[in-house]
Design a protein. Structure first.
Length: 245
């Protein structure tokens, strides 16, 4: 089963009653102090339950019903280490480095005894961010004024994508260093992704779309995600969100 929300995600099937086009405005002011406690993903009748733990507004741990977990370690209020475990066995570690403005500039990922894989980030004058990925790939990310990623361009190939969003509250919008988690591939935008579309000429399709129902504070309480909509490989995952207030 795909881990959708926090271990890089994409959401499915847009319902007109539940979704809005991407916008630079928010319908209601954000509600501070709301944090996602539990995510339940149902795929082909099988549930994956993921729990999130916090220290104040810092996300410090993630664990799921498949035995996967992550520990987030902070130094002087900056996320510096991520440890990944499978059935309580440490399998990988990520070290993060920052510039003098506390912007993420380097991600070093080590799996087992292998050499570190390093991604580096550059902050451009036009507001875009460039990631030089281990292995030679370069991606440029474009954002709107809220910090939602609108597009990513793969300079060497056919992995260009565009995003659209609703105007509601993302379950992770209140976490500390939300923008750092986003650069690490986590869905921690201000709003919720409605579509993620490959805009290049790639032969493969890894698109997805999403729709949600919301509570009175405009946080999603349930939803669905459809991968490869309309294809023989179409997959629909049902989502349930439970919050810590």
């Amino acid at each position: 089963m795909k881990k959708l929300i926090f271990i890089f995600c994409a959401f499915g099937f847009i319902l007109s009653s539940c979704s809005d086009n991407e916008t630079d405005t928010i319908d209601n002011p954000p509600t501070d102090g709301v944090f996602l406690k539990t995510l339940i993903e149902t795929d082909d009748g099988e549930d994956l339950v993921t729990n999130f733990s916090y220290l104040d507004d810092k996300l410090v741990g993630v664990s799921d019903s498949d035995g996967y977990s992550e520990v987030f370690i902070y130094t002087d209020d900056l996320l510096t280490t991520i440890e990944e475990y499978e059935d309580d066995v440490l399998v990988s570690e990520t070290e993060l480095e920052y510039d003098s403005n506390n912007r993420l500039i380097k991600e070093s990922y080590t799996y087992g005894s292998s050499s570190a894989q390093v991604n580096e980030f550059t902050y451009n004058a036009n507001g875009t961010i460039t990631m030089d990925e281990f292995g030679g790939n370069t991606y440029t990310y474009t954002y709107n004024i809220l910090g939602n990623r609108l597009a990513e361009e793969h300079e060497e190939g056919d992995e260009d994508y565009s995003y659209t969003y609703d105007s509601k509250n993302n379950p992770f919008r209140n976490i500390h260093q939300r923008n750092v988690f986003e650069l690490l591939g986590r869905d921690t935008y201000v709003n919720n992704i409605l579509s993620y579309i490959n805009t290049s000429s790639a032969d493969f399709s890894d698109d997805f779309t999403s729709a949600y129902l919301y509570n009175a504070n405009d946080y999603p309480t349930s939803g669905s995600t459809t991968y490869n909509q309309g294809s023989v490989d179409q997959e629909v995952v049902v989502l349930q969100f439970i919050y810590e207030l």
